[in-house]
Design a protein around this ligand. Structure first.
Ligand code: GDP
Ligand code: MG
Length: 443
């Protein structure tokens, strides 16, 4: 229902060239709701909305986007930027063994993540990894780590409930040094709620181990509570990263935004299944899409805004300059156009219930036109594509028959191509975008 509303608003503010106070008001209200529904904490939501508004107001709308779509783009970018730039990585830049300390509440996924991370480091970073459990309160916890560590193909350092966590840590570190482990991951005990004894214990472990990474493991399903938990851990420990677990559940993962805001630490990993290989580097862009619940639309808005593939455009510009632009390139442009998803495919990517409503005859025609052009060029031989001047009457008939169109249409395409070629010769790289839109029949 939410995306439906959002998308209605996207449509409502179509046809206006600028993002204004009036046309974003409703939209931002919906986004606010979306974030709250995704369990982002209220102060974080307020702050975020204010920032987006600031960025969006008065901004001109690029290319074929409506202000609504452009706003989605801005919101998405801001959301991703808030959660971290690009993809974070694990830091191992220290004299080995690099110690990674796992912190978090009971049930957050520390033990599981310890093993997943071990496997990840072995496979992706070719590291020799040792794990150890400092969870002496639940005998089963040590055994659990032993089992999952074995699955991960890493080594496990034995500990037992009658030892003190600090002694265990020292012994494990000593063992890791002596046996040239690259990484030692220290799993710790959690409690069901924040408690001072637990915090003191993990602070002591931190002081002893001097970990290069102190990862706060948090359950994405925890919702609003995640903020308080995160705050408590941040106050107790210098967190270097966050692992957001259980993202395979149906939560929208708003906790990411809150936890990031409260701790200031980068979100490094996402837990995406119970299985040992269910750990991924956190991807802020993708996660922003999930929080907004807007399907692929954000990705497409991004593409259009970025002017598609700059590299492609530059390559093309070089070709034009050298006079080598042929129908092969023309076809490439049409395909690019399709990939970039003209307006109608943008709408296609909207959630289904909406796409149904977005039926728009003009867009439909533009889309069909692109497909026909592609069909015609595909019916040409490679030589004809390189040298369109070869295409005389009999060849035209053959091509038309092959593409299932009238000869006039082949003529029209060739004419269009000629004009395009002439136009492009006069044009600098900056006009390419416009040209590509023309190609798509959606100027
Ligand atoms: P700990 O108390 O912090 O050590 O938490 P555990 O590692 O024991 O995990 C608690 C439960 O959450 C276990 O049943 C795990 O299988 C499950 N779990 C942990 N991470 C994930 C995840 O990313 N996805 C799913 N579906 N389950 C997870
Ligand atoms: Mg555990």
């Amino acid at each position: 229902a939410l995306t439906e509303k959002l998308s209605r608003l996207v449509k409502q503010i179509r046809g206006q060239a600028r993002i204004t106070e009036a046309n974003v008001q409703d939209m931002l209200r919906e986004v606010r709701m979306a974030l709250l529904e995704a369990d982002v904490a209220l102060p974080v939501v307020r702050d975020f909305i204010a920032r987006v508004k600031d960025k969006a107001l008065g901004q001109e709308v690029v290319g074929s986007l409506t202000p609504g779509q452009a706003l989605v783009g801005i919101i998405h970018r801001e959301l991703a930027a808030t959660m971290g730039e690009g993809v974070a990585d694990v830091n191992l830049a220290t004299q080995p063994p690099a110690v990674i300390l796992m912190a978090g509440l009971q049930g957050a996924g520390k033990t599981t993540t310890t093993a997943k991370l071990a496997k990840w480091l072995i496979e992706r970073r070719k590291k020799k990894v040792l794990t150890v459990s400092g969870d002496v309160y639940r005998p089963a916890a040590i055994e659990q780590l032993r089992t999952v560590t074995k699955q991960a193909g890493a080594e496990w350092f034995p500990s037992s409930p009658d030892q003190k966590p600090l002694d265990i840590a020292r012994a494990a570190l000593d063992h890791a040094r002596k046996h040239y482990f690259d990484v030692l991951i220290v799993d710790t005990a959690g409690r069901l709620a924040i408690d001072e004894a637990m915090m003191q214990e993990i602070r002591a472990l931190h002081a002893e181990l001097k970990p290069v990474e102190t990862l706060f493991v948090v359950d994405a399903m925890q919702g609003q509570d995640a903020v308080n938990t995160a705050r408590a851990f941040k106050e107790a420990l210098p967190l270097t990263g966050i692992v957001l677990t259980k993202l395979d559940g149906d939560s929208r993962g708003g906790a990411a935004l809150s936890v990031r805001a409260v701790t200031g630490a980068p979100i490094k990993f996402a837990g995406v299944s119970e299985k040992i290989d269910g750990l991924e580097l956190f991807d802020a862009e993708r996660h922003a899409g999930r929080i907004l619940g807007m399907g692929d639309i954000v990705a497409l808005v991004e593409q259009v805004t970025a002017g598609v593939d700059l590299q492609q455009a530059q390559k093309l510009a070089a070709k034009v300059k050298s006079g080598g632009f042929d129908l092969e390139d023309f076809l490439e442009q049409i395909r690019q156009m399709k990939k970039m998803g003209g307006l109608s495919s943008l709408l296609d990517k909207l959630p289904a219930q909406l796409a149904a409503k977005a039926g728009d005859a003009d867009l439909d025609r533009a889309e069909k036109d692109i497909r026909r052009k592609e069909g015609i060029i595909c019916s040409m031989t490679p030589e004809e594509r390189r040298r369109p001047e070869l295409i005389k009457a009999s060849r035209k008939r053959r091509i038309a028959a092959g593409a299932g169109v009238q000869v006039q249409e082949v003529n029209r395409l060739l004419k269009e191509f000629e004009q395009m070629q002439a136009m492009m010769k006069k044009m600098k790289g900056g006009g390419l975008m416009k040209m590509m839109k023309r190609l798509g029949g959606m100027k």
